[in-house]
Design a protein around this ligand. Structure first.
Ligand code: DGL
Length: 271
């Protein structure tokens, strides 16, 4: 039995979809979730800032005594994979989890990736997928309009702004004939219906948050780290009341989780 918490972080609410998926399959685990709402969104930030923020977020999670840290954020895990790998506490991100899932597919058809601008610019998903799935083409698209729409609650498939953005971003991937679409941002699971509407039933949607949960469970089991009392503690660097109001929607529960306000850390650009 290892009762230490799992530390999970994201720029904001998207990471809560990974927390939700993890609690569904590992309900006894203790989780500390750091929502860096005060600096969200991450997706348009330069790489140097994102790398500094990865260091800072790892420190926050480590200071909570985490047994395992998980970046439930495609943007940080693709821009700071080496920083996660060098952390003294075992640390992974959605990049590891999603690529491991797609590598299991028996297919030669092209793979599509949608994610934030900074994730796509890093090229990390493309490189990792090409290495893990030799012979398969990879097509990616940055979708900068999605996170602001999702964070303002515009997730319905009939929302006109969302529909327009989904159609614009996905058309080139449709034209390329992708058989799998990786949702490389943990916010995007919330707009699966809108994505499905445009792509049709034949394309497999791989949600980074669901992959994260399966990956964490497997890692804990392999390393004898399971255990806890099912607690959830949230830290937000944004507005606590807003977090408490919106978090239940992303967690799929009625009540606000126990939440603490933490200061916004400086994100000075180093490149
Ligand atoms: N949910 C995050 C990701 O997976 C961050 C999105 C953002 O803040 O732009 O990339």
């Amino acid at each position: 039995m290892d009762n230490r918490p799992i530390g999970i972080f994201d720029s904001g609410f998207g990471g809560l979809t990974a927390v939700r998926a993890l609690r569904a399959i590992c309900p006894e685990e203790n989780i500390v979730f750091f929502a860096d709402n005060g600096r969200a969104p991450y997706g348009g930030r330069p790489r140097g800032q994102l790398r500094l923020m990865a260091h800072q977020n790892l420190s926050v999670a480590a200071s909570c005594g985490a047994k395992l840290i998980f970046a439930a954020c495609g943007t940080l895990s693709s821009n700071a994979a080496d920083i996660l790998a060098a952390c003294p506490v075992p640390a992974f991100g959605v990049l590891d989890a999603a690529v491991a899932e797609i590598a299991r597919e028996q297919s030669a058809a092209p793979i599509g990736v949608i994610a934030t601008e900074a994730t796509i610019r890093s090229g990390a998903f493309d490189r990792a997928l090409r290495a893990a799935c030799p012979g398969r083409e990879v097509y990616s698209a940055a979708c900068p309009a999605f996170v602001p729409l999702i964070e303002s609650g515009r997730v319905g498939k009939d929302d006109p702004a969302l529909r327009g953005a989904v159609a614009d971003y996905l058309q080139p991937l449709k034209d390329a004939g992708v058989s799998t679409l990786l949702l490389g941002c943990t916010h995007y699971g919330l707009i699966e219906d809108a994505l499905r509407d445009v792509l049709g039933e034949d394309v497999r949607l791989v949600d980074a948050s669901a992959c994260a949960a399966a990956f964490i469970k497997h890692y804990l089991e392999e390393n004898g780290l399971r255990g806890g009392e099912g607690s959830l503690r949230c830290l937000t660097s944004g507005d606590k009341e807003r977090f408490e109001r919106l978090a239940p929607l992303f967690l799929g529960q009625a009540d606000a989780p126990q939440t603490e306000q933490v200061p916004v850390m400086p994100a000075e650009e180093d490149s």
